[in-house]
Write a protein that binds this ligand. Structure first.
Ligand code: NAD
Length: 496
């Protein structure tokens, strides 16, 4: 096993651990066994990144050249699309179609930052003094730790890796221990393109050990993390010791507000997609449906009818609409949320159980689940479940809809469905969420920022701000004609 990439070499762990078995969530079968990095391996990776940043040839590469390297990665992703989509489907349980879309998106992210790499040379400042040249320029931050979750392993990595490299940083990547396979493949593509040794490093292993060793390492300058709120808090605390830069993309509890004047069938269809795409294991999942009272009952009935018809199965089968949850541990957590909701008195409309189909018995499946008549103070409405569970609340007025939609400590994304363009803009303006969709759900583009208000995180990925996360800003002020003035009397005496 040589799955760690350190200083330009594929290496095993310096420890003697047995490695980690990666399971297929569809049936629990073994997909691979991968290396686990110990603290020494993390140290070696950070040291390689530090040396590459401080004294390697990477320092003198031009932004244009860095852009060319990113474009080459994008081309290799397109070349390997089918293989990577299959890896992602096997590892995460998502459908092959979704895996393919992920690869397309990832290639687009690398292309976007390839284009952006050399477009911003800073700015000249008019100081009002003709004898001064004042420039504001950007520089890379240094060694960046890139830590990613298991739901969109490749996509989340690309949102970090592409801008970090475009800006000239060196990186140590730590993917989720549950789904590391596509990240290993991406680093193989990085190796194929040919970056200087130490610019990109990969360590694998659990959060509490490998991840913690990385975030606590004094030679790491920046931590970019996507994952859960509790981990985000721990990382923020660890970063405080050295005042490391941090970027946090955390969870969400995303409202999907449906007004009665919208197209009913389209809104139902998108509400299903919003809640159950990738079995709800999406940070921006539309897990809180907020429906106008006049259509509430018929909306919930149609939603349940169609949720019951969702085809669960192997992500590799063309007929599958939803795959399993990522692991048996994660399914147990989602089931605990469902139990709590039942105990709290939420009305279970459908789902809430494992499927009866014996061909799915070895996988980590759960039926799409709908709770209605939910009060917004219930745990099931407030806590991120990260599974195929949607709650439904009702409203009578626009103000009430906005109040319910904003009644969360998160603030990642939300949607409003209405045919009234003025109302759409009013509600979009009032929602305290980092992304708002009008008559749609889930789309994102590399050109537009992504990130959260409130406990959904700190900073933004994608767009120009996504590049700024990985840059320091420096003011260079030059006095081109120092005047023969003396600040202190002693100087005048000396000259005289
Ligand atoms: P997680 O927080 O358990 O783990 C995320 C990563 O952090 C993994 O690589 C893990 O090994 C690592 N980690 C865990 N403990 C660590 C520690 N103490 N120090 C350093 N690293 C540590 O999250 P998850 O279960 O993998 O992912 C699900 C979560 O991710 C959900 O809350 C979801 O909302 C969030 N997410 C957010 C976005 C977004 O864009 N905001 C996108 C995807 C997922």
């Amino acid at each position: 096993m040589q799955d760690l990439f350190v200083d330009g070499q594929w290496v095993g762990s310096t420890g003697s651990g047995p490695g980690r078995v990666i399971l297929n969530p569809f049936d629990g079968s073994e997909l691979a066994t991968v290396t686990e990095a110990g603290a020494d391996d993390v140290h070696a990776a950070v040291r390689a990144a530090r040396t590459a940043f401080d004294s390697g040839p990477w320092r003198s590469t031009t932004a244009r050249h860095r852009g060319e390297l990113l474009r080459a990665i994008s081309a290799l992703l397109v070349r390997d699309r089918a293989e990577i989509a299959r890896i992602e489907s096997l590892d995460t349980g998502k459908t092959l179609t979704e895996g393919g879309i992920d690869v397309d998106d990832v290639a687009a992210v690398f292309r976007y930052y390839a284009g952006l790499a050399d477009t911003d040379a800073g700015r000249v400042v008019d100081t009002g003094n003709p004898d001064v040249v004042s420039r504001v320029v950007h520089e890379p931050v240094g060694v960046c730790a890139l830590i990613t979750p298991w739901n969109y392993p490749l996509l989340q990595l690309s949102w970090k890796l592409a801008p970090a490299l475009a800006a000239g940083n060196t990186v140590v990547i730590k993917p989720s221990e549950v789904t590391p396979l596509s990240s290993i493949h991406l680093v193989r593509l990085v190796d194929e393109v040919g970056f200087p040794a130490g610019v990109v490093n990969l360590v694998l292993g659990a959060g509490a050990t490998t991840g913690a060793a990385l975030v606590e390492h004094p030679h790491v300058d920046l931590i970019s993390f996507t994952g859960g709120l509790a981990t985000g808090r721990a990382i923020m605390a660890a970063a405080a010791a050295d005042v490391k830069r941090i970027a946090l993309e955390l969870g969400g509890k995303n409202p999907n507000v449906v007004f009665a004047d919208t197209d009913f069938d389209t809104a139902v269809d998108y509400a299903l997609m919003a809640a159950f795409l990738h079995s709800g294991q999406v940070c921006s999942a539309g897990s809180r449906l907020i429906v106008e009272s006049s259509i509430h009952d018929s909306f919930v009935a149609e939603l349940a009818r169609r949720a019951d018809a969702i085809q669960l199965g192997n992500g590799l089968d063309e007929t599958t609409e939803c795959g399993p949850l990522v692991s048996s541990e994660h399914r147990a957590k989602v089931e605990a949320h469902i139990e709590r909701a039942l105990a709290d008195g939420a009305r279970l409309v459908t789902g809430g159980r494992r499927p009866e189909d014996p061909t799915l018995a070895n996988g980590y499946f759960l039926r799409p689940t709908i709770f209605a008549d939910c009060r917004s103070d219930l745990a099931i409405v407030q806590d991120e479940v990260f599974g195929p569970v949607v709650t439904v609340e009702r409203f009578d007025t626009e103000d009430e809809a906005i109040r319910l939609a904003n009644n969360t400590s998160y603030g990642l994304a939300g949607a409003v469905w209405t045919n009234d363009a003025s109302r759409a803009q009013r509600v979009a303006g009032a929602l305290r969420h980092g992304t708002v969709w009008i008559n749609d759900f889930h789309p994102y583009v590399p050109q537009a920022e992504w990130g959260g208000f409130g406990k959904s995180g700190i900073g933004r990925e994608l767009g120009p701000s996504g590049l700024d996360e990985y840059r320091e800003t420096k003011h260079v002020y030059q006095n081109t004609r120092p005047a023969p003035q003396r600040w202190f009397a002693g100087g005048e005496n000396r000259d005289g």
